[in-house]
Ligand binder design. Structure first.
Ligand code: CMC
Length: 434
């Protein structure tokens, strides 16, 4: 796919008097890259870029992100428009199929999501094997991987891709809600045919025979927005993991399971849970947030102000602005406008945005800073915040997996390294080793 964007322009790299001419690639939005794919074969040199700070891994048509300007578009549509006007299911369709669905296409997709919302009853027994305090992300990644045994792909997974995508989106939501009910020892609530995707999830989470759950449109709307905002974020850690696993032509369930595991980390999706724990600690500490800001600024202290900073956004994270507004709206509608955690969060943001340490390092609130306050308000337990992120990111992972499979230029992911270990060691038999 990317080869179509190679220009006639060349970069010159001079090593030891010899000049290498490297093709220049220019993307649709004018992003420039130097194509080094032939460099090692021609010169013997590799390029070193730990953490992939400046490495393009592929061409992609899914998401455009401008970190300097704070722009995020899915398939050409601004995140602001999509969050304002669409449901999560519409955006999932957009990410996966490349265009916004017509009424008929949306109806067909919703019907597929409904049809595939149950998990095989044998899988329900898996939950019994986990301790009741098991981390929901570990359950989710294990169950996602197990799906391949119940719904195997054909030899050409693209033939059944549409059904597999719908299965994943629908069943991951069911698994997430079931894991919560199992964790608290309550009977499972099965998905209902007549509820929207988000309403169904909330109902599976919170309905019970003791107290029926009243579905509130404000909450459903907020959940739609949160999931949309998490839908895709180009080559982040978990998406790159999905592509990496898929590049070995592994099945999609294994790739998604690996993505869930990657997302779990505290520097990635796990940050939303840590933000809430941090805010709760600050509240329990009498609201003394300045102490925590000082800790975050101290180079000798590993503590970081979670919910701030981003590898790519260097002005603001457009998602955090929408989430902050949604947070205000939801809390107001639920009669929780004076939530002390929200007040602390806003005060921290205010101080940080005017503190030279954070300003000089371009550290702004990210997507995780306010999302937890909304999740908490709607009753999602803290240890399920990252699961919510995974449900939202799922269509993005699926879209990237498909794009990679479709791309004739895609190769197995296999970075190089610079070996820095011992040169050569003389073998010592076990009995002579000390
Ligand atoms: N609090 C205090 N200092 C920070 C923070 C923070 N949250 N984030 C970065 N820094 C400092 C860091 O110490 C370093 O300072 P110095 O130059 O003096 O050594 C500088 O800013 C650059 O940090 P970095 O770690 O080199 O930046 P990165 O691009 O590798 O990391 C990040 C990005 C998101 C991992 C990082 O900002 C971070 O750890 N943030 C807190 C965790 C968090 O909120 N993660 C969610 C990210 S958004 C959702 C997602 O993508 O999943």
């Amino acid at each position: 796919m990317i080869d179509k964007f190679i220009t006639d322009e060349k970069a010159e790299l001079k090593i030891g008097g010899k000049v290498y001419h490297l093709p220049i690639i220019v993307g649709k939005k004018g992003e420039k890259a130097i194509d080094i794919r032939s460099l090692r074969a021609e010169s013997g040199y590799i390029t070193l870029d730990s953490g992939f700070m400046n490495t393009g891994a592929c061409g992609s048509e899914i998401t455009y992100l401008d970190g300097e300007k704070g722009i995020l578009n899915y398939r050409g549509y601004s995140i602001e428009d999509l969050a304002e006007h669409c449901s999560f299911v519409e955006v999932a369709y957009l990410l996966i199929h490349g265009h916004l669905p017509s009424v008929t296409e949306l109806g067909g997709f919703s019907e597929q999501l409904n049809r595939h919302s149950l998990i095989h009853e044998d899988m329900v027994h898996f939950f019994d094997g986990f301790p009741s305090n098991a981390a929901p992300m570990s359950i989710l990644s294990s169950m996602a991987n197990s799906l391949c045994n119940f719904y195997p792909e054909t030899t050409n997974p693209l033939e059944t891709f549409d059904i597999t995508a719908a299965r994943l989106i629908s069943k991951i939501r069911t698994i997430a809600a079931f894991s919560y009910k199992k964790g608290i020892g309550y009977p499972l609530v099965y998905p209902r045919y007549n509820l929207s995707y988000c309403a169904n999830f909330l109902n599976m989470m919170f309905d019970s025979t003791v107290k029926p759950y009243l579905i509130d449109d404000v909450v459903v709307d907020a959940l739609n927005k949160l999931l949309i905002l998490h839908g895709d974020h180009e080559q982040n850690c978990s998406t790159s993991t999905v592509r990496m696993v898929g590049s070995a032509r592994g099945n999609i369930y294994a790739s998604i399971s690996a993505g869930i595991s990657a997302l779990w980390g505290p520097l990635h999706g796990g940050a939303n849970q840590l933000v809430m724990e941090m805010l709760e600690n600050i509240l329990a500490d009498g609201g003394k947030y300045r102490k925590y800001i000082d800790k975050a600024k101290n180079p000798k202290d590993p503590f970081r102000l979670v919910g701030f900073g981003h590898r790519v956004y260097k002005s603001h994270d457009p998602r955090s602005r929408i989430i902050k507004k949604t947070c205000d709206d939801v809390l107001k509608a639920m009669g929780m406008a004076g939530d002390p955690l929200l007040d602390i969060a806003k005060e921290i943001e205010e101080v940080v945005l005017n503190d030279s340490y954070f300003v000089e390092r371009n550290l702004y609130p990210n997507v995780d800073f306010y999302s937890g306050i909304i999740y908490r308000a709607i009753g999602i337990p803290t240890d399920m915040f990252t699961v919510m992120f995974a449900i939202g990111r799922l269509p993005g992972w699926i879209a990237h997996w498909k794009e990679m499979w479709d791309d004739p230029d895609s190769k197995i992911g296999r970075p190089r390294q610079i070996y820095v270990g011992p040169r050569k060691r003389k073998f010592v038999p076990l009995e002579e080793r000390r």
